[in-house]
Design a protein around this ligand. Structure first.
Ligand code: 16G
Ligand code: ZN
Length: 533
């Protein structure tokens, strides 16, 4: 039986605004923070049910709106292995969030208990955290009321990054087992990453200082703690670390600003010397953008595609050096937004798969390889080593010193990389390891391939749900005949490629276009947008 009285009692303080509809989408629930109180309370209840369903395994709850403006907030559930919430539960979450009254809420919860076959007598455990948004503390209190109502054993991880929360979930659930993911504390996370990093750069030259734009978010605190532990091989200069200044979060800085504006954050511009590497985190430190200013003073962006190219090629090389290229297959997963030049570069070297937008799709596809590298162009990504591959790495007997070194590097990479989800700080250390090993400057990394000019525009339409896609979002099946007209346009452009998809996070349709020259990419994007409108 559900503790109906307790649920009703707390519900009084967390009534749902009647005019709002909530949807658990690619980013969980996300909207203006001021609309989210009832959602947080109900997510507290739901997290408890999810844990009961999984026999008391610990579920994660992260309160953040990532790269979105400071006045927004959001909430996401994390499954026991540190992964995104199982897809079927997204509907349960939406159902529970939209119950119009306290009685309807009980009804919706009972429905979830029935459909998901939940044994309410099981224990429930949750670990939760928030980013630095000023709306965070009040939303956390609403969440905690949900835990209280259901009698959840809840652990507060405080203010931390999204990837650290994912790490904690996995560490807690694997504690004391053979697959232990690490100590279940923030300190354990810093120690794990920095130990692996120091081992991977031992004997390498000291790296040039790296400027880190922390987006005035939670990444600033985490980067500071990492900096203390990674040693002197990589000097980090931390900028935009003001997490108290109102309105500063993600404002004119951060990974999303860099990717969408394709320029330096104004706060970084005066600090950056020609050729010097810099990178931007987003507001919850799960996205990463690199960049530099070239000899001619031009801004050059090294996005998720460039990171994938750098990292995948390096791992393929190590696997070969270790003498394991017949046993371990490396593959890459991208989305339709990946620059065509990156796809070409990668496909010449290893298998590449394209999947729909959203981390859950990339993550699942990457699990099908022995080593799966996935990155979205927006800078979210990681590398997954399958359990059998990790076993192979541990037990393989190298036959030469060179093989032994490569093997040790690969094992250290499994420790350096946060395999639960994209992690800006772990990815940053990964990039720096590769640059150190290859003795690459930013410009040399950049020259792996030349990006095709591209343009992304958004179009406000009457009903974005009218747009349905296939082939990993690269083609429209509805509205009817629209795809044929897009194809006809694309044919007129040299190196032309364009696709249209409904956003999963905003009430718009997005149009992407690529062409051999910039003006043509812009023109193609606007002409396709004209067809959509
Ligand atoms: C969310 C996704 C991100 C995706 C973006 C697309 C997760 C954790 N995040 O931020 O992967 O690139 O949505 O947004 O899945 P869109 O559907 O509005 O283009
Ligand atoms: Zn983020």
């Amino acid at each position: 039986q559900l503790p109906v009285d307790a649920i009703l009692h707390f519900s009084n303080n967390h009534a749902k605004p009647s005019h709002l509809h909530f949807q658990y989408g690619t980013a969980g629930f996300r909207t203006l923070a001021s609309s989210l109180d009832s959602v947080l309370y109900r997510v507290g209840l739901l997290a408890g049910l999810r844990s009961k369903r999984l026999d008391g395994k610990t579920i994660g709850v992260m309160v953040t709106a990532s790269h979105n403006p400071e006045q927004d907030n959001g909430v996401k559930l994390v499954d026991p292995r540190g992964e995104m919430l199982e897809a079927s539960w997204e509907q349960h979450a939406t159902l529970v969030a939209n119950a119009s009254s306290a009685e309807e809420l009980i009804h919706a919860l009972n429905e979830v208990v029935r459909v998901a076959k939940i044994d309410l007598s099981k224990p429930s455990r949750v670990v939760y955290a928030r980013d630095t948004r000023p709306s965070g503390p009040a939303l956390i209190r609403a969440l905690e009321d949900g835990f209280r109502a259901l009698g959840v054993e809840a652990r507060n991880a405080g203010v931390t990054s999204t990837p650290i929360l994912h790490y904690l979930v996995k560490a807690i659930n694997t504690k004391g087992t053979e697959e232990s993911y690490g100590e279940d504390s923030e300190e354990g996370y810093y120690r794990k990453l920095s130990t692996a990093f120091r081992a991977l750069v031992a004997g390498k030259r000291k790296l040039e200082p790296l400027l880190v734009d922390c987006a005035n978010g939670v990444g600033a605190q985490a980067a500071e703690k990492l900096r203390e532990q990674i040693g002197d091989k990589l000097p980090l200069i931390l900028e935009n670390t003001d997490t108290d200044a109102r309105g500063a979060l993600n404002y004119n800085c951060g990974a999303d600003f860099v990717k969408t504006q394709q320029k330096l954050p104004p706060s970084i511009a005066p600090l950056l010397e020609k050729g010097q590497r810099a990178c931007s985190l987003d507001g919850d430190a799960d996205r990463l953008m690199y960049y530099y200013v070239d000899e001619r003073g031009h801004f050059r962006m090294l996005d998720g595609d460039k990171i994938a190219a750098l990292v995948a090629a390096f791992i393929v090389e190590l696997v070969k050096l270790a003498g394991l290229d017949n046993t371990i297959k490396v593959g890459v997963v991208q989305t339709a937004y990946a620059n065509g030049a990156s796809t070409k570069y990668l496909a010449e070297r290893l298998p590449v798969k394209c999947v729909p937008t959203g981390v859950k799709h990339l993550h699942h596809a990457a699990e099908h390889y022995n080593i799966g590298v996935y990155f979205e162009a927006n800078g979210h990504g990681t590398v997954l080593f399958s359990p059998s591959t990790q076993q192979t790495l541990k037990t393989h007997e190298p036959s030469t010193p060179a093989q032994s070194t490569a093997l040790t590097h690969l094992i250290n990479l499994t420790e350096l990389i946060n395999q639960t989800v994209g992690d800006a700080l772990s990815d940053m250390l990964l990039v720096e390891v590769v640059l150190a090993h290859k003795s690459y400057s930013g410009a040399e990394w950049d020259s792996l391939y030349e990006d095709l000019p591209n343009r992304l525009v958004k179009v406000v339409v009457a009903d974005r749900n009218a747009f349905k896609t296939e082939d990993a979002e690269r083609r429209l099946v509805s509205p009817p005949r629209l795809q044929a007209r897009i194809d006809e346009l694309v044919r007129k452009y040299e190196g032309g490629r364009s696709f249209v998809r409904p956003s999963g996070t905003e009430d718009v349709v997005r149009v992407y276009a690529e062409a051999a020259v910039k003006s043509q990419a812009d023109e193609l994007a606007f002409r396709v947008a004209g067809l959509v409108y």
